[in-house]
Design a protein around this ligand. Structure first.
Ligand SMILES: [Zn+2]
Length: 147
């Protein structure tokens, strides 16, 4: 493991512990609230909205947790720092800012604009610029006889 990656791994591990602790305290706070209000019909609504907010927070945390664990695995697999979209190296500054990122800035922006998973983006410009596929050449050039 590279020294820089080892540091990032430790950072990710610390953040992971933080999130796990936060999720745990969220759910125990929620359970506490439910116990306090058990049988209390009037306050049931406020209790449930607290639950909704809490579960949304937990969802965000769970997503980050998943990304962090994936990044830790990539460090172990020595594939860390490579963009999943274009397979180029992700800039060190970007990794320092968002250690659990799996995409370079270009792919991240493209994904945000298209609102798609970068892994699903097909680079149509490559296909369109392929001279063997231009319509100008005509299908006849390939010796195909149309019916
Ligand atoms: Zn990329």
């Amino acid at each position: 493991m590279k020294k820089a990656h080892k540091q990032i791994y430790q950072m990710l591990e610390e953040r992971r512990t933080e999130i796990l602790e936060s999720i745990e305290s969220d759910s125990s706070a929620l359970n506490q609230l439910r116990q306090d209000h058990s049988g209390d019909v009037v306050d049931f609504a406020s209790g449930s909205s607290f639950g909704e907010i809490s579960s949304q927070l937990a969802e965000v945390e769970m997503r980050e947790l998943k990304n962090i664990e994936a990044a830790m695995k990539r460090i172990q697999d020595r594939t860390y720092g490579v963009c999943e979209g274009c397979e180029k190296s992700i800039h060190t500054e970007r990794l320092a800012a968002i250690p659990h990122t799996k995409h370079c800035i270009a792919c991240q922006r493209a994904a945000e604009e298209a609102d798609l998973d970068p892994a699903e983006i097909t680079d149509w410009s490559v296909i369109l610029e392929d001279p063997s596929l231009t319509i100008d050449g005509g299908i006849g050039d390939y010796g195909v006889n149309l019916p």
